[in-house]
Each structure stands twice: as C-alpha cells, then as structure tokens.
Write a protein that binds this ligand. Structure first.
Ligand code: PLP
Length: 438
C-alpha cells in the first residue's frame, strides 16, 4: 500500500516511510491510497467474534500488504490485551468504554501498535541506529505513548507537555517511567508543544543528525488502529440487536479517533451517521456550520485532552470526502459544550443513571441526549476513566472516585522532567546535545 500526502506536494511513501517519518515532506498528513472494503460475511460474523480477531481482520485490510501476516497477528494480539465493552447508560444511549488499556486511555491502542510496528521495521532492517520519537501531549497522549514505548529497544521517546496544564495523575504517568522515556515540561500551552515537535521534523540540520519520528495522532500507525474500537462497537451492538440505526458519537480534540471511525465507515462499517462532540474549542463545529475552517488558539477547559485550536486530523477528514463540505455535513454533525454545561451533564447523568462520566465523555453523552432522532440508537466513546480526572470528577459529583490499582502504581513513582521554553531554538539545542545521533 502506498501513502500520499494531504498537501499533494510530496512523493508517495510506503508504510515504513509513513510510520518512520510521520509527516510528509510538504507538511501534509499521510493517507492510504486505497481503503479496502471488508466482505459482507465479516460483518455478519462479527457479533460472534472476539475483539482481537475483529481487529486482526481490520488491520490486515490496512497493513496486510506491508507486514508479514503472522507478525501482524502477533502485534494486534499484543496490543489488545484488554476489552472495550459497550455499557448501557440509559434507553438508547450506550457508552463504548475505551479506557481499559494499560494507562486507562483509548490512546493505548495506537501507541502500543505503533511502538511494535516501528520495532518490526527497525528489526527487519537489522539496523541499530536509535530512533528519537517526539510527542506533544495535552495529557493522555503522553502517558499512552510513554507506556506503549517503554522498554522497546532502539527507540527513545521525548514527551513534550504544557507546564501546569495536565492533571497530576496524567503527569506522573509519563514523568516517572525513566528508561527510554524523557518528559519535557514546556512553559506554554499544548499548541506550543505541537509546534515545537512539528518544527523539529522540518528542521534540516536536526534531521541530518538524527532519526526523528512522531507519535502524535498524525502518524498512520497511531490513528488507524483506533478503527478497531468502532468495529467492536458495531459487533457488540449488533449482538444486542441494536445496530440498525446506529449513531456513533466521538468526543474530539485532534480528531484522530473520529478519523479512524470514518475510515471504518469507508471500509463498510454500517454506522448511520457520526457526531463529533467538542468542548469550548469549537473550530470543527464552526466549520460544519459555515464551511470555513478557521483555527484559533486553544482555550483551557475541563476536558483538557480536547483543548485543541487547530485539529491536525481535519486535513485527513477534508481529504477523505474530496474537500466537500456537503459530503462531510451529510455524514457528520457537531456539538459544543462549555465547562458549565459539562458539569451539568456529569451531574445529571450521575443522578439519573448512576453512571460516572469523565468531562470528555460528558460531551459525547450530551451530544447524543441532544441530537438523537426517533428510532436511532447512540453510542458515545467514554474516552477516559473518571479516575484520571479525579479532582474534577470528585468536586463536580461530590463523590470519591476509586483509583484503579494500575493508576495508583504510577503515583508512587518519582517525577522527573526537563524544563523547556516555548522557543524552538532552545528545544533544538537540547536535542542536539541529548538526542541520539545517527
Ligand atoms: C485524546 C483524547 C480525546 C480526543 O481524541 P482525538 O483523537 O484527539 O480527537 C478525547 N478524550 C480523551 C480522554 C483523550 O485523551
């Protein structure tokens, strides 16, 4: 399979190049040249299939030409050692719980998959140059990537995160690991972190000196595996006899997760329509209304993993539908909620149903409450375990959310991070001094 750039000014790449480089030469995002449809029999059989087997079928359609099938199966099974259950919250509204992975984040799947795929390519070449992985995070990406890559030889990971803007629990998930993981605390916002990472990839001198790659959701190996979740959601809903008019609602920030769902749809997944739920960062919502995409600086909200002012994967969605606003709005609608509405939703849902939403999932849940039509059944992604936002959830609901053991273990570690300004020259100096050279 070949991959082209959404900007159309870069040469086609094979999978290995797309994964190792992350971003194309023209700063565009890689897109597969074809999206293979899956056979009808697969959709018929899905309700009886395990998550891992469903995922292996989906993975083969994307990566089967470029990765040995036994290795791919191994990789999928290694990545998915947990479930992603569909839980009924109330009549016609279900939560797809994406937080049962190692760091309780949906990003665990893409992170682990990418780490293993990168390792597969490094090993195949038999080469021993270290690869430097750069990742910008507003919280969840950092912990998922750091844990997905932890101890994978041949790779060193630098996690850039905005100082004081991630929750203490999130922070300790990538600052306490050590080994091949370095946390970099940037005096700025998430968009600054993302800009530093993007600038590093575009910097000729750095690229001559060292192998740099990204683990942000711009990487095809990070975002595509998230399609597994949506096939599993369909399978579980079909088993319940609820899949006929199935609406999928995804709380979105950088739009990697919903983009993977849309790729699933293009592979034949019978979802009737999609809803992208936003917090107060409503750039995509405004695009749906006006046809104009106008990025702006992000604002800080309760759902901080969605505080994105210029969602990277918009370019992929735009490309997927031939840049047609009409095609996009016929399949996808939007919703936007400010912090006060998020609080209200969390309280109302808890009082009515007993289900504890985290602030991100709350946007998804409310978008279904507001947007479901007669006869439709809605599934929203619950993208984070509520304990990851314990301070907020406890305060809003007046409860004491239990911290799962896996999470508590991180909190016992010692925090280590490198302070950094938001000036690219400082970051560059640091990489030249401490990065792994070719
Ligand atoms: C990353 C994240 C999101 C947003 O996902 P995107 O793929 O960036 O749209 C939503 N909720 C949580 C908890 C996240 O960590």
């Amino acid at each position: 399979m070949k991959y082209y750039s959404t900007n159309g000014q870069a040469p086609m790449a094979d999978l290995k190049k797309a994964v190792v480089k992350g971003l194309a030469e023209d700063r565009g995002l890689y897109m597969p040249e074809r999206i293979n449809k899956l056979p009808k029999a697969f959709f018929d059989d899905m309700p009886e299939m395990k998550f891992q087997d469903i995922a292996y079928n989906v993975a083969s359609a994307f990566f089967g030409e470029d990765v040995d099938l036994d290795a791919l199966k191994d990789l999928v099974y290694d990545t998915l050692q947990f479930d992603c259950p569909v839980v009924k919250v109330k009549e016609n509204i279900y939560a797809l719980e994406l937080f049962h992975g190692p760091t309780l984040a949906f990003k665990d799947v893409g992170a682990r998959f990418m780490a293993r795929l990168l390792q597969y390519f490094i090993r195949m070449e038999g080469q021993h140059e270290m690869v430097n992985v750069l990742v910008a995070t507003s919280g969840d990406t950092g912990s998922a990537v750091a844990n997905g890559f932890l101890g994978v030889d041949g790779i060193h990971v630098y996690v850039l995160y905005p100082k004081g803007k991630v929750s203490p629990i999130q922070e300790c998930q990538f600052t306490t690991l050590g080994q091949n993981i370095t946390a970099i605390e940037v005096d700025g916002v998430f968009d600054d972190c993302q800009r530093l990472v993007k600038s590093a990839f575009m910097d000729e001198e750095l690229n001559q000196r060292m192998k740099l790659t990204s683990a942000n959701s711009i990487n095809v190996a990070r975002f595509l595996p998230q399609a597994f979740y949506y096939f599993n959601a369909y399978a579980r809903m079909k088993a319940l006899g609820k899949a006929d008019q199935f609406v999928m609602c995804v709380p979105s920030g950088n739009f990697g997760n919903i983009c993977a769902a849309l790729f699933g749809h293009a592979m034949g997944l019978p979802v009737k329509r999609f809803i992208a739920a936003n917090n107060a960062n409503d750039i995509f919502y405004k695009y749906l209304l006006t046809g104009k995409y106008e990025p702006k600086p992000s604002v800080q909200t309760l759902a901080n993993a969605m505080d994105v002012g210029d969602p990277s994967n918009f370019a992929r969605i735009y490309d997927l539908y031939g840049k047609s606003h009409e095609r996009i709005t016929s399949l996808i609608s939007g919703a936007t909620y400010n912090d006060e509405q998020i609080r209200q939703t969390m309280r109302q849902c808890y009082d009515e149903t007993g289900y504890i939403l985290d602030p991100h999932g709350a946007c998804g849940y409310q978008a279904l409450v507001d947007g479901l039509q007669e006869g439709e059944v809605g599934v929203f992604c619950e993208t984070a375990h509520p304990a990851k936002f314990k301070e907020k959830v406890d305060e809003i609901l007046g409860i004491d959310v239990e911290i799962p053991d896996r999470l508590a273990a991180f909190m016992r570690g010692e925090k280590k991070s490198v302070p950094m300004t938001k000036d690219f020259n400082d970051f560059k100096k640091y990489l030249k001094k401490f990065g792994h050279l070719k």
